[in-house]
Design a protein around this ligand. Structure first.
Ligand code: 1GP
Length: 250
């Protein structure tokens, strides 16, 4: 089964899916392996791997280690064309459609497309939208783009619809890793009511309740990263998974 088909199946069977993001720059390999194992055991549907910068080398080794530790799909969530590995199950082929930096709209994609073809990696076309939701984030700085203001749902709706019309398969609404506040529920609802493609929501989600509200508003997939970089929070992975999976079971 392709990862795309797997994601559709999760959405159909569970109503919404839960992705845990592992940033190779923030955790040591042993911690990554431990977290990946816990994620798979506690209801996470897929692991995303990626970083705004990627300072640490050994991307292939890290992906292999995650795959060995967790029997769930490992999907690259790339910060740049340098984050590609033949050992992953798929890659979110992102275009930063909230910004007007041509390098992140199409430049990085031109550089990475031939490599993706060469290694026969499944690429899932994803419209990536940064939302301004508090602090200045790494994604904002690294991409040199202006995020969509969090109180401008119309701009978010039009941007997501453009992604859909361009043929993108997913739209990712992102407050940025470690954002002060997650993307507002109202913005998620506005976008979800306006487009037909599944919506991923991430950035600044630190409570299962925050995840649940965004699924209720129409998100198909929720991402948490930062929160589980702290070992003390590991025992709560299952709570997030339950909150996300329980919304459409009611
Ligand atoms: C970041 O959306 C992801 O790209 C996850 O964000 O690390 O804040 O959970 P957090």
């Amino acid at each position: 089964m392709t990862v795309s088909a797997y994601l559709n199946k999760i959405k159909k069977e569970k109503g919404a899916g839960y992705f845990l993001l592992i940033d190779p720059d923030r955790l040591a390999l042993a911690e990554v392996v431990n977290l990946a194992g816990l994620a798979a055991e506690n209801g996470v549907d897929a692991i995303l791997v990626g970083s705004s910068i990627l300072i640490n080398s050994g991307f292939d080794e890290l992906i292999k280690a995650v795959k060995a530790a967790a029997q769930i799909p490992v999907i690259i969530f790339p910060g740049s064309a340098m984050q590609i590995s033949r050992y992953a199950d798929a890659i979110l082929f992102l275009s930063l459609i909230s910004g007007r930096n041509p390098d992140y709209l199409i430049g990085q994609q031109v550089r990475s497309a031939p490599i993706i073809k060469h290694i026969n990696l499944e690429a899932i076309s994803t419209g990536y939208m940064l939302i301004k939701s508090g602090n200045y984030t790494s994604a904002e700085y690294m991409s040199n783009t202006s995020p969509i203001p969090c109180d401008k749902p119309d701009i978010a709706k039009a941007t997501a619809l453009a992604a859909q019309i361009l043929g993108m398969k997913l739209v990712y609404i992102e407050a940025g890793s470690g954002a002060e506040k997650p993307v507002p529920v109202n913005m998620v609802r506005n976008v979800a009511n306006y487009v037909d493609i599944p919506i991923i929501v991430g950035g600044g989600i630190r409570e299962p309740e925050e995840a649940r509200k965004r699924v209720e508003a129409g998100a198909s997939f929720i991402v948490t990263g930062n929160f589980f970089e702290n070992k003390d929070n590991h025992h709560r992975i299952g709570e997030f998974a339950d909150a996300i999976h329980s919304v459409h079971k009611k």
